[in-house]
Design a protein around this ligand. Sequence first.
Ligand SMILES: Nc1ncnc2c1ncn2[C@@H]1O[C@H](COP(=O)(O)OP(=O)(O)OP(=O)(O)O)[C@@H](O)[C@H]1O
Ligand SMILES: [Mg+2]
Length: 349
Amino acid sequence: MQSVAARHERTREPRQIVGNSVALRHVLAHVDIVAPTDATVLLLGETGTGKELLARAIHDASVRSHRAFTRVNCAAIPSGLLESELFGYERGAFTGAIAQRIGRFELGDGGTLFLDEVGEIPLELQPKLLRVLQEHEFERLGGTRTITANVRVIAATNRDLADMVGAGCFRDDLYYRLNVFPIQIPPLRARSEDIDHLVDYFVGRFASSLGRRIDVIPSETRDALRRHPWPGNIRELENVIQRAVILSPDGRLTLPPLRDVPRPGSVDDGRETLEGVQRAYIARVLEETRWLIGGPRGAAARLGVKRTTLQSMMKRFGLPLPRDAARSASHGPRWCPAPPRTHDEHRAG
Ligand SMILES: Nc1ncnc2c1ncn2[C@@H]1O[C@H](COP(=O)(O)OP(=O)(O)OP(=O)(O)O)[C@@H](O)[C@H]1O
Ligand SMILES: [Mg+2]
């Protein structure tokens, strides 16, 4: 069977997997090994590292490629609705269930089901997911008939599932079942050799879709792109290049300012400014208090400042408003650590 990298290179599909670093080649070698099997795959990596792209590549290189690839984002569907989304329901199963509904496991029969953000699956639904992974069977909500599902599951998360197991918010049996073939996708800062290739690829793609010609990428622009830590990984790079192409009518690639937004809790490489350290620390305390600002258990009390002082610091550091934070915090079970915020949420601040 042809390798994933070779196939994407040859066919020049709109969504190529670009890069030639040792780290990416290692990931693609694992993709090649596991794709033709029916094994469950767990894709792990920070936001924007390419988990969904790789999930599709695994499906495309599998014997199921001519069948459906279905994505369910477990974080985007309210926890009460996720069970009926995945497993369907019978008429009359609950108030308002006026007709039978077929769920994703049945609809995707014969194909691949991509369970994105699998760490957000509520605890009470986890045994049902474990059963379908193990026994390939389930019942629709309100139903008694056992249904068999022939679905290959690929799951992805940017959370540390082992930590969640330790914290009691993810079942260990489900974790081990999902963890049959984990693939860790390294962040872009750990494979900076890929940056030049990705820049050329995105410049070409956006120049053609925006009807622009870019003839020159100045060396100082390339240097700046190589030096940036890319907390939002390839998605962030892709968006920056799109903006740069729009901002470059004269054929020379001009970069928009690259804002360095530290990942929550990161005080890593000794190049941090005092403000960066303060911002990261405040972000961490906010994560720990689930973005509760006031009150005796809020972040302001923990930091020893007034609520209004904390609010103005958050504004200054570009941290999201409590309303935005509440949206991300509401995904997990109440006692679980909040999921890491996505790059878009960082920017929303
Ligand atoms: N190696 C790559 N080559 C080209 N494009 C890439 C590569 N990796 C990722 N991308 C692009 O970067 C963007 C983000 O990738 P993707 O959505 O797969 O990331 P993700 O890990 O699922 O992110 P999130 O955790 O935020 O959902 C997509 O537009 C994808 O096509
Ligand atoms: Mg994704």
